[in-house]
Design a protein around this ligand. Structure first.
Ligand SMILES: *Cc1c(COP(=O)(O)O)cnc(C)c1O
Length: 402
């Protein structure tokens, strides 16, 4: 065929409706695109029933329907699996989609989960739903207390779920100790805050990791995406669920995240360095009563961070104002032009958030306070903008507080 595979219509035999509705693609060529093309398609045309059989039996490599798989899914999942030292990966529509896919593929009524006490608020909330509505039992415990963990294990325990660096108090989990305490129980790690550039849970014995790829992996604040990685068996189970329950990702989100991932090590290294400088500055500021950053010796996880995160403690810093909750609104108003209040994290720019009103809003307030997440806690996501500017802007805003 000619340059494009569009059938000729020189004789005018096709109606305009057909020319338009069918389009001109597909063009076959032998050079490779330098970057992965975007396969923004619902389905893939088959040469016939023979090819359908060949693809479904895996005799031939192909894609059929994007809910079941798409090359942009595969490209991003494979990169993340490689970074995490995992055998395989699978994408999901969001980080919460990844949590759902792991639970739905590994749990049934009557099963038991051991979970870290402090998790992303929505993850705790999802565990609560499983408990109340689906008869899954959950024990929350301090992830850094091996005794609490091992005494929580029952015959029916199917999973242990923790965060490598917990949100929002930045506790670093001593993963080797957790894996030992859990024995045969697979440990699932939310590695969103650490990223594989700072910490690879699978190297320390985790069975499955997942990310909100909406955060560092994409890193540009323009994507909703989740990803799971682990061994072939676990990931196959997860893929079956993402396809069956419709949790799969959009190809365009994967395409964007694949591009974002190209600079992940540079971004994480810089954000981590900047965060240490910002945390050090905040710790000496008169308006601040407490700083949570595992790279500071004042943090409860400092020793663990020194051992497990030798390349940096990440870009996330939390702090409390001496003024408490009453200082939050004035501070955010002062910062609005420079360090915006944005209830996400891991953008290239520095942003600020308020866990009690956003990520941890759905927790019982008394429980939330008891776990150390005060109503005045502020969480900074330090980006790769100039750390000198960020410190100057924070200083100016803090100095204007009543
Ligand atoms: C944001 C986040 C999630 C949820 O991910 P979404 O992509 O927003 O669904 C889960 N865990 C952590 C630690 C997060 O920061």
């Amino acid at each position: 065929m000619s340059e494009s595979d569009r059938p000729s219509n020189e004789a005018g035999s096709l109606h305009d409706e057909s020319v338009c509705a069918r389009g001109g693609w597909f063009e076959e060529f032998t050079t490779r695109p330098s970057n992965p093309p975007l396969y923004q398609t619902t389905a893939f045309d088959l040469h016939g029933v023979e090819q359908l059989d060949a693809v479904t039996s895996a005799a031939e490599h192909g894609y059929i329907y994007t809910r079941d798989g798409n090359p942009n899914h595969s490209a991003f999942a494979a990169d993340v699996a490689a970074l995490e030292h995992a055998e395989a990966g699978a994408v999901c529509a969001s980080g919460m989609g990844a949590v759902s896919a792991i639970f739905l593929s590994h749990l049934k009524t009557g099963d038991h989960v051991v979970a870290g006490r402090i998790l992303y608020g929505r993850t705790s909330q999802q565990l609560g739903e499983l408990q109340r509505r689906f008869g899954v039992e959950v024990t929350f415990c301090d992830a850094n207390s091996p005794d609490a963990l091992s005494s929580a294990v029952r015959q029916t325990t199917k999973l242990c779920l923790i965060e490598s660096i917990s949100n929002p108090l930045m506790e670093v989990v001593d993963l080797p100790a957790v894996v030992t305490a859990m024995g045969e129980v697979p440990v699932v790690v939310d590695n969103t805050f650490a990223t594989p550039c700072l910490f690879r849970p699978i190297d320390h014995g985790a069975a499955i990791i997942f990310h909100s790829a909406s955060k560092y992996l994409n890193g540009h604040g323009d994507v909703m995406l989740g990803v799971v990685a682990g061994n072939h068996h676990a990931v196959t189970r997860v893929r079956r669920i993402t396809s069956l329950f419709g949790l799969n990702a959009n190809p365009f989100e994967c395409w964007l995240a694949s591009r974002g991932l190209r600079t992940l090590p540079l971004r994480v290294r810089q954000a981590s360095q900047n965060a240490l400088a910002v945390a050090t500055f905040l710790a000496s500021h008169a308006a601040i009563s407490r700083v949570y950053y595992p790279g500071l010796s004042s943090h409860a996880s400092y020793e663990i961070a020194q051992r497990l995160l030798p390349d940096g403690a990440g870009g996330m810093v939390s702090f409390e104002l001496k003024a408490g909750e009453s200082g939050v609104r004035p501070l955010f108003r002062k910062l609005v032009e420079t360090i915006p209040f944005s209830p996400t994290l891991a953008d290239v720019r520095t942003t600020v958030s308020w866990p009690a009103g956003t990520s941890h809003k759905f927790m019982d307030p008394d429980e939330r306070r008891a776990w150390g997440i005060s109503d005045g806690l502020i969480r900074l996501s330090v980006g790769i903008d100039s750390v000198d500017d960020v410190i100057t802007e924070l200083d100016a805003a803090l100095n204007q507080l009543p």
